[in-house]
Ligand binder design. Structure first.
Ligand code: ADP
Length: 376
């Protein structure tokens, strides 16, 4: 149950988290200990830790009174930078979705002065579609490109079994998002947080986090619409530059009231032919392979119905082909004697890597998209 925040920009506290976690956790090596030496690197690190602490205290000081500091610390301390930043170009296809996200989030965050009144941006956007189609990648790219603090939240990270803790976590999340604005609160699998079915038998804790989430989100919308924020509001951060971005593979599970709050609902479909080709070419780009253009064409054809993540899995599996054939010999075969990846490797991998969405499943997305979504 970790709440994870990764920062794409921001205050030095969040930026500093990009120091590799390992280095910060490694205890001093024994020889340093025995000699009692304190290396300059350690000192620099201690100093940085001190600065961090100072920054965190600064951030906590800006939070409104109602926010529980312990919860806020928990959120801040569990900042996790997950790998590299994602940029638009890393994502194959989805041009319509990228355009919608630029218009709805990136430009308003970078030029808030241009986006007021009629151009007031939406406070929430839902990305829905089959699993593995790039929804998470899109959210991370938005954070990178809009230079925002990225709060990546799962429903379970907002639900605590301790009485009252769930609400505190949610309040701390929104409080911090305002203080560290521009911010993106990305909720993956939002269906489990805003589920329609959960009202009766669900756990008390998840009902509480759902209710508090909706309250906080409404406050945000109100504050942003009001624009002329009071001096007090201003001090507590910039509500107009906080956006809830959510993703789901099961949009039909979101209850109606919650669904309506997502003014924008963007369908993230399976990749079309030219997108699969683009992705395959990119994946093979830096590899030693022997696939001809017509081989690639065949692959593009047979991967109809594959998601972006299915295609990645296929290419990864095929890339293992040359090594698999070697068996134990791989341990002493020089790099330049490893054979290239061949079409046959893909053929074998296609036996085991199958599309994760069925035709029936797909139809369900298409219907929901037609009824409630935007395409592109
Ligand atoms: P989702 O959030 O829709 O379930 P992700 O964004 O987590 O899917 O994608 C999972 C993985 O699949 C990514 O890390 C990437 O390797 C691959 N992938 C999915 N869609 C795309 C895409 N449009 N372009 C490039 N890679 C993709």
């Amino acid at each position: 149950n970790r709440m994870t925040i990764s920062a794409a920009n921001g205050s030095s506290a969040t930026r500093r988290k990009q120091v590799p976690a390992k280095r910060r956790e490694t205890p001093p090596s024994s020889d340093q200990e025995s000699s009692g030496q304190h290396s300059t690197e350690d000192e620099a690190e201690d100093k940085a830790d001190e600065e961090d602490n100072h920054d965190i205290v600064n951030i906590l000081n800006k939070l409104p009174k109602g926010v529980d500091l312990q919860s806020a610390r928990q959120i801040l301390n569990d900042i996790v930078v997950r790998g590299d930043e994602v940029h638009w170009d890393d994502i194959a296809g989805l041009e319509g979705a990228k355009k919608a996200l630029k218009e709805a989030v990136v430009y308003p965050f970078l030029r808030p002065d241009l986006f007021s009144g009629l151009r007031e941006p939406a406070r929430g956007m839902l990305l829905f579609g089959p699993p593995g189609t790039g929804k998470t990648m899109l959210a991370r790219a938005v954070a990178t490109e809009s230079k925002s603090t990225f709060f990546s939240v799962s429903s379970s990270s907002l639900t605590s079994k301790w009485h009252g803790e769930s609400e505190k976590l949610v309040r701390a999340l929104f409080g911090l998002a305002k203080v560290l604005a521009p911010s993106i609160i990305f909720v993956d699998e939002i269906d489990s947080l805003l589920s329609a079915r959960s009202s009766g038998s669900e756990h008390e804790a998840s009902r509480r986090s759902k209710t508090e989430f909706l309250i906080q989100w409404s406050d945000l919308q109100r504050a942003a619409a009001g624009r002329e924020q009071s001096a007090r509001d201003k001090k507590e951060g910039d509500a107009s530059r906080v956006l809830v971005l959510a993703a789901t593979n099961m949009p039909w599970d979101i209850d109606e009231a919650a669904r309506r709050r997502f003014v924008r609902r963007q369908y993230i479909p399976l990749p079309e032919k030219h997108v699969r080709e683009q992705q395959l070419r990119k994946l093979l780009g830096h590899q030693h392979h022997e696939l001809s253009d017509s081989d690639t064409e065949v692959l593009v054809h047979v991967t109809e119905g594959f998601s972006g993540s299915d295609i990645t899995a296929l290419a990864k599996d095929a890339a293992m082909g040359p090594l698999r054939n070697l068996g134990e010999a791989l341990l002493h075969t020089p790099m330049d004697q490893i054979r290239p990846i061949k079409f046959q490797d893909f053929e074998s991998s296609l036996y085991s890597i199958r599309p994760s969405v069925s035709q029936d499943g797909l139809r369900k997305y298409e219907e929901w998209a037609r009824d409630f979504g935007e395409r592109g």
